[in-house]
Write a protein that binds this ligand. Structure first.
Ligand code: ZN
Length: 199
């Protein structure tokens, strides 16, 4: 069995002008597609060909882990965005953010600092860790499930995510995603699922 590049949840130009179709044509069409192709080449004819993506991520190391995790990370990232996104979460997620960070603004500030401060390539995350919301960053392909945490939201801070639209200005990219592209409905669904799995 081989993995397929999942379709983007919106048209390639749907996030214009905040995230350009040109960025998505490279980021989704070349980088994400490249990770899928390398993953498939690595598992072909091996016992890993029968495993789920999560099983490969949890058991693999090195190049196989990197490609499998990057497939998962990018699919998750696309779902964290939507046209006319941003605004503020509501309901249980909003209440939990206030409980664990003090306010939504305080959360955004901590997220921007943590994701912006990740040295080199990586990811900024909102995770559920032992019933508490936390902001963390990971290097390269690393991801929360390897650390017993549940991913709720992510921003890709590899340079390939923002260089065409923001050049080297990672903070302006993170600000744009948090303020104008974030799909808080998707994050709320992840939060609800994580809570019901834990109870
Ligand atoms: Zn990326």
């Amino acid at each position: 069995m081989s993995f397929e590049l999942p379709p983007l949840p919106y048209a390639q130009d749907a996030l214009e002008p905040l995230m350009s179709a040109r960025t998505l044509s490279f980021h989704y069409g070349k980088h994400h597609a490249g990770y899928v192709a390398k993953l498939n080449a690595a598992i072909e004819g091996t016992p890993n060909a029968d495993k789920s993506l999560e099983e490969i991520i949890m058991s693999a190391e090195g190049g196989l882990f990197n490609n499998a995790a990057q497939v998962w990370n990018h699919t998750f990232f696309w779902n964290c965005l939507k046209p006319n996104g941003g605004g503020e979460p509501t309901g249980d997620l909003a209440a939990a953010i206030t409980r664990d960070f003090g306010s939504f603004d305080a959360f955004k500030k901590e997220f921007a600092a943590t994701a912006g401060g990740q040295f080199g390539s990586g990811w900024g995350w909102l995770v559920l860790d032992g019933g508490k919301l936390k902001v963390v960053s990971t290097a390269n392909a690393d991801l929360p499930m390897k650390h017993g945490q549940v991913a709720l939201f992510t921003v890709d801070v590899w340079e390939h995510a923002y260089y065409l639209d923001h050049q080297n200005a990672r903070p302006s990219f993170i600000e744009t995603v948090l303020g104008k592209l974030a799909n808080w409905d998707f994050v709320a669904e992840n939060f609800k699922r994580a809570n019901s799995a834990a109870s």
